[in-house]
Ligand binder design. Structure first.
Ligand SMILES: CC(C)(COP(=O)(O)OP(=O)(O)OC[C@H]1O[C@@H](n2cnc3c(N)ncnc32)[C@H](O)[C@@H]1O)[C@@H](O)C(=O)NCCC(=O)NCCS
Ligand SMILES: Nc1ncnc2c1ncn2[C@@H]1O[C@H](COP(=O)(O)OP(=O)(O)OP(=O)(O)O)[C@@H](O)[C@H]1O
Length: 199
């Protein structure tokens, strides 16, 4: 099974690229953000620890954790983000490694793992290649304001907590530019998959 890692900053278009790989090439996809959400669901392994860090105020009526509330705090306060990461990251990595083993055993040909923190978490160790999705910060901020209702400050806070463009470029195998319309992005993906015999 080939494993492609997809990384890049907030709102760069990672999930959009992932959806294309799933639809066009039948890739099995794994999204670290979603796994992170899963492990803090009620009854899951990180639920109590996250409440231990932020207090009972983050519990919503339906008992789930209010991630928006957590996110409003952590991207402003690095020491709290570090504590949250120390709880979530090991659980996410275990989940992803387990899922990869399952996919391998099921005969899957292509798996794509998406993570903003792919490099920091060393997921490249189990990826055959890593792609960096690049979009200029101002375009990302505008897209996030329009599609997710983020404020400029919130988007900037997340961007500030992530790796720099230079770091991403220096540690990845292929860069996809996603500043323009999606057809141009998809063309770069096709080229990489087809000309470089990824499959
Ligand atoms: C802060 C939380 C609760 C916000 O949840 P919410 O559903 O509102 O946002 P979402 O998870 O979609 O993240 C929003 C954006 O921030 C980025 N992001 C999330 N965590 C981090 C982080 N630790 N460092 C840098 N960027 C991050 C995401 O990649 C995404 O681009 C959540 O992101 C979280 O638990 N983060 C810490 C754990 C983590 O590092 N997860 C990333 C994958 S393991
Ligand atoms: N080329 C593009 N043109 C216009 N809009 C785009 C383009 N690429 C992505 N978008 C939009 O930008 C927003 C962010 O894209 P997406 O969710 O794929 O980013 P992401 O990198 O996965 O975000 P996150 O870091 O939060 O996981 C979405 O609303 C998406 O539809």
């Amino acid at each position: 099974m080939r494993i492609i890692g997809i990384t890049g900053g907030v709102g760069a278009g990672k999930s959009t690229v992932l959806a294309f790989l799933e639809k066009e090439y039948g890739a099995a996809v794994i999204q670290a953000d979603q796994v992170g959400h899963l492990v803090m669901e009620p009854g899951e392994e990180c639920y109590e620890d996250v409440i231990g860090i932020f207090g009972k105020e983050i519990i919503k009526e339906d008992k789930t954790i209010d991630r928006k509330r957590v996110s409003d705090v952590v991207f402003e306060q690095p020491h709290l983000l570090k504590r949250l990461e120390s709880v979530i990251h090991p659980a996410v990595k275990r989940y992803i490694c387990r899922r990869i083993r399952e996919l391998q055993e099921s005969g899957c040909r292509l798996c794509v793992v998406e993570a903003a923190l792919l490099l920091e978490e060393h997921y490249q160790d189990f990826c055959d290649q890593v792609w960096y999705i690049h979009t200029d910060p101002q375009i990302r901020i505008r897209r996030l304001e329009e599609s997710r209702g983020y404020t400029r400050e919130k988007a900037e806070g997340i961007i500030a907590s992530q790796a720099t463009e230079e770091y991403f470029r220096a540690h990845t195998d292929y860069v996809i530019e996603n500043n323009n319309d999606l057809d141009r992005t998809y063309a770069q993906i096709r080229e990489r998959i087809e000309k470089h015999a990824v499959l």
